[in-house]
Design a protein around this ligand. Structure first.
Ligand SMILES: Cc1cc2nc3c(=O)[nH]c(=O)nc-3n(C[C@H](O)[C@H](O)[C@H](O)COP(=O)(O)OP(=O)(O)OC[C@H]3O[C@@H](n4cnc5c(N)ncnc54)[C@H](O)[C@@H]3O)c2cc1C
Length: 467
C-alpha cells in the first residue's frame, strides 16, 4: 500500500535522507601539504565527522631524511621550505577561486607553517621590488614575495602539526599505500599485508602529490576522467658558487629569470633558486633519477653555493607526458642522472656524500636526448655568463630536472570535485599545483567547501526538524 504523505511525513523523510548524506566521514589520501592543510581547516572548525588520513610514508617521528617524497607533509616536509606568495607561481589556484580568495588562502597556509614552527619569528618574507638594469637586455625577471621557512625546521613543524591533528581526533594510517579506489561504492583498497576491510568514505580528498602521479593516472584511465591539456616542463638543475649571482640575490633571494620564444611555443625560466646552504637533491619518479634543490637554514650547513632549475615549457608536443618520460629515461646512466661541467665536479649533499650522478665530458648525449630543445638551455647559460661576468666556466648542470605535469582532471571550480564524482576532491600536485603554498591552499579551499556543504545540510535539517 502506498504511504499517505502528510507534509510532516515528507519532511521527516527528507530529514532522514539528508542525514544519510551528511558528509560525516572524510578520508584524505596523502598526508602531504594539501591533505594536512585540508585536515587542519576541518579540525580548526570543529568538523563533526571522522577524519582519516592515509599515507604510504612515515609519521614525522620516524621519517628519514632520505625519504624525500613521502610521509608527514609529503614532499613539502623535506623541501627547501620556500612558500611563494604570488598567484602566477606554483601552479593553479586563482583560476578556480579568483585572485583575492587565492591570496587569502595563501595567508592561511603560511599562518599554519608559522603556527607549528618552533621559532615562528624566523619565518621571514623576502619581497623584492625593482627589476635591475643589468638583467633587462637578456632576461625578464619575475619578482614576487617568498616566505622562507627553512628545510631544517620542517621536521619539527611536521611533528608539532601531527601532534595537533592527533590530539584533535584525526586518525592516521602510516606506511599504507592506497592501491585502488572505487568511486561508485566509495571505498578504498590498501596494500595491507594481512587482509583488512576496505576503508569507506563519504567525502574523499585525493592529495597524493608527485609520488602518487602513477596512481592518479591509473584512476583517470579507469574512470575515463575528462582532463585539461598540459605542456611539457623539462630542463636541468644548474649549480655554481653563490658569489657569481650575489648582486641579483641581494635583490631577490629566489629570483626567476625568464624568456619566451613565442613563435616556437617554448619558454624558459629559472626555477626554485637555493642559496647560502644550497644542496642539489635527487628525486626518483618512475624509477628514474631527476634533480631538484634544497636550502638549509642553519649556518652550520652553509656552503655558499647557488642552485636552480632551468626549465623549458614546451607547447604543442603530442603526448607530452610520454615524451618527457622517454627523455628522462634516455638521460639515465648506471641507474642515475648525468652531470656536466666545463670545470667542476658534482657537489656533496648535506649528508656529506656526492650527489648521485654520472659525469659526462660533453653535452652531446644530453642534446641528443632533448632534441631539438637543449640549445635553448645552452643559450640561457651563455647569456647568464654575460649578465654575471665572473661566472665563466665555474658552473655545472645535473640532468634532467623535470616537472611531470600529470593530466589535470576536470573539476568543479567551486570545490575541486571531479565533475562526475562530486564527493571526490583532487588537490595539490595531484591536481594542478606545483608548490607548497598552492597545494596547501587547494586543500584549505576544499575543506572550506566541505564545511560549507555541511552547514547547509545542517541548517536545512534543523529547519525540517523544527517544522
Ligand atoms: C626536493 C624538493 C624541494 C621542493 N621545494 C619546494 C619549495 O621550496 N617550495 C615549494 O613551494 N615547493 C617545493 N617543492 C614542491 C612541493 O613540495 C610540492 O609541490 C608539494 O609538497 C605538493 O603537495 P601535495 O600535498 O600535493 O603532495 P606531497 O606533499 O607530495 O604529498 C603527497 C603525499 O601522498 C602520499 N602518497 C602518494 N601516493 C600514495 C598512495 N597511493 N597511498 C597513500 N599515500 C600516498 C605520499 O607519501 C606523500 O606523503 C619541492 C619538492 C621537492 C621534491
Amino acid at each position: 500500500m502506498a504511504p499517505i504523505w502528510s507534509p510532516q511525513l515528507f519532511l521527516l523523510y527528507l530529514t532522514i535522507k539528508l542525514s544519510k548524506h551528511m558528509s560525516k566521514n572524510v578520508v584524505i589520501v596523502g598526508a602531504g601539504v594539501a591533505g594536512i592543510n585540508a585536515a587542519t581547516k576541518l579540525v580548526d572548525n570543529n568538523y563533526e565527522g571522522k577524519i582519516t588520513i592515509i599515507d604510504m610514508g612515515k609519521d614525522p617521528y620516524n621519517r628519514l631524511p632520505e625519504e624525500v617524497m613521502t610521509g608527514m607533509l609529503g614532499a613539502g616536509g623535506w623541501s627547501d621550505g620556500k612558500l611563494t606568495y604570488h598567484t602566477s607561481i606554483g601552479g593553479h589556484l586563482s583560476k578556480y577561486c579568483g585572485e583575492e580568495k587565492a591570496m587569502e588562502l595563501f595567508d592561511q597556509v603560511i599562518n599554519n607553517f608559522k603556527r607549528f614552527h618552533p621559532k615562528p619569528e624566523e619565518v621571514q618574507c623576502s619581497n623584492p621590488v625593482a627589476e635591475p638594469d643589468f638583467i633587462k637586455p637578456y632576461f625578464g625577471l619575475r619578482l614576487f614575495p617568498v616566505w622562507h621557512v627553512g628545510t631544517d625546521y620542517l621536521h619539527e613543524i611536521g611533528k608539532n602539526w601531527y601532534d595537533y591533528l592527533v590530539d584533535n581526533g584525526v586518525e592516521f594510517y602510516w606506511e599504507t599505500k592506497v592501491t585502488d579506489i572505487d568511486f561508485d561504492t566509495q571505498e578504498l583498497y590498501c596494500d595491507w599485508n594481512t587482509p583488512k576491510e576496505t576503508i569507506k568514505y563519504d567525502k574523499l580528498i585525493f592529495g597524493v602529490g608527485k609520488s602518487g602521479i602513477d596512481f592518479g593516472k591509473q584512476l583517470a584511465e579507469k574512470y575515463n576522467l575528462p582532463t585539461e591539456p598540459k605542456p611539457v616542463q623539462i630542463g636541468v638543475r644548474f649549480e655554481a658558487p653563490q658569489k657569481h649571482f650575489q648582486k641579483l640575490i641581494d635583490i631577490s633571494y629566489d629570483f626567476k629569470l625568464y624568456r619566451k620564444y613565442e613563435d616556437k611555443g617554448v619558454s624558459l625560466r629559472s626555477f626554485c633558486t637555493n642559496n647560502n646552504a644550497a644542496y642539489v637533491a635527487v628525486e626518483e619518479t618512475y624509477g628514474d633519477h631527476s634533480y631538484n634543490g634544497h636550502a638549509k637554514k642553519d649556518e652550520s650547513f652553509r656552503n655558499d653555493m647557488t642552485n636552480f632549475g632551468i626549465l623549458m615549457e614546451v607547447r604543442g608536443i603530442d603526448k607530452p607526458f610520454e615524451w618527457s618520460r622517454n627523455v628522462v629515461n634516455k638521460l639515465q646512466k648506471d641507474g642515475t642522472g648525468l652531470y656536466y661541467s666545463p670545470s667542476r665536479e658534482p657537489s656533496q649533499t648535506s649528508e656529506g656524500v656526492e650527489v648521485s650522478s654520472v659525469k659526462v665530458d660533453t653535452m652531446h648525449h644530453i642534446s641528443k636526448a632533448m632534441q631539438p630543445y637543449f640549445w635553448y638551455i645552452v643559450d640561457f647559460i651563455e647569456d647568464m655568463k654575460k649578465v654575471f661576468p665572473t661566472l665563466k666556466d665555474d658552473w655545472g648542470i645535473y640532468v634532467p630536472e623535470v616537472k611531470y605535469l600529470s593530466p589535470e582532471p576536470l573539476v568543479d571550480y567551486t570545490n575541486l570535485a571531479l565533475t562526475e564524482y562530486p564527493n571526490v576532491h583532487f588537490v595539490g600536485d595531484a591536481l594542478s599545483a606545483r608548490g607548497i603554498t598552492v597545494s596547501g591552499a587547494q586543500g584549505t579551499y576544499v575543506a572550506e567547501a566541505i564545511l560549507e556543504d555541511n552547514k547547509k545540510v545542517r541548517t536545512f535539517k534543523n529547519k525540517t526538524i523544527a517544522v
